[in-house]
Design a protein. Structure first.
Length: 195
């Protein structure tokens, strides 16, 4: 299990670590605190405690490598690398990342992306995809900055939590390109801190 302490742009100390079965209540609280818009675009109904418990159960943690970021023992970001164990997509993983409103624009998304990158590299993943609903404009901007390219839009392909059909956007990035973007972002941040 990994655990790391990092400092955000505003000086807040955050612990980024592997998610465990003991995080169910904290994780549930994190999802409850999201705006109704954000909840609408999530793949599963995280307002159901059982769904959250399944994600952090043994099977859930085998299928996806999950990380959480905490401040004062409260989860403020949730990320995962979902692996395809075999077959023709074995070299591809799906990235999921969600940062709470209060922690956005402080460098936490980048810090989480870096840790998820390291997880993917360890698992010998070559490419990462992200699946988003088209209205998720903030997430699209973040992933574009990380080097993800918009590959394909499937019209009216998915339904949001409210039951409304939405276009599904698939973005893709190879691991080398993602690392270059992360490195560049951290070099920029260090320049800002030292001047």
């Amino acid at each position: 299990l990994m655990e790391k302490i990092c400092k955000l742009v505003d000086g807040t100390e955050v612990t980024i670590r592997s998610a465990t079965e003991n995080d169910v209540d904290k994780s549930f609280a994190f999802f409850q605190a999201l705006s109704s818009d954000e909840k609408a675009y999530l793949r599963v109904d995280v307002t159901d405690h059982n769904v959250v418990a399944q994600r952090l159960g043994n099977k859930g943690l085998q299928k996806a490598k999950r990380l959480v970021a905490l401040v004062d023992d409260q989860i403020i970001a949730d990320g995962a690398i979902e692996l395809n164990s075999a077959g023709w997509e074995a070299h591809i993983a799906e990235l999921r990342l969600l940062v709470s409103d209060t922690a956005q624009r402080k460098g936490l998304g980048m810090a989480m992306a870096e840790e998820l990158y390291l997880v993917a590299a360890k698992e010998k993943v070559e490419e990462i995809i992200v699946k988003l609903m088209v209205p998720q404009t903030e997430a699209r901007k973040i992933f574009s900055r990380l080097g993800f390219q918009e590959e394909v839009v499937l019209k009216n392909y998915v339904k949001d939590v409210r039951g409304m059909k939405q276009d599904l956007l698939i973005m893709r990035c190879n691991l080398d390109a993602l690392w270059k973007e992360l490195e560049g972002a951290f070099n920029e941040a260090e320049k800002l801190e030292t001047h």
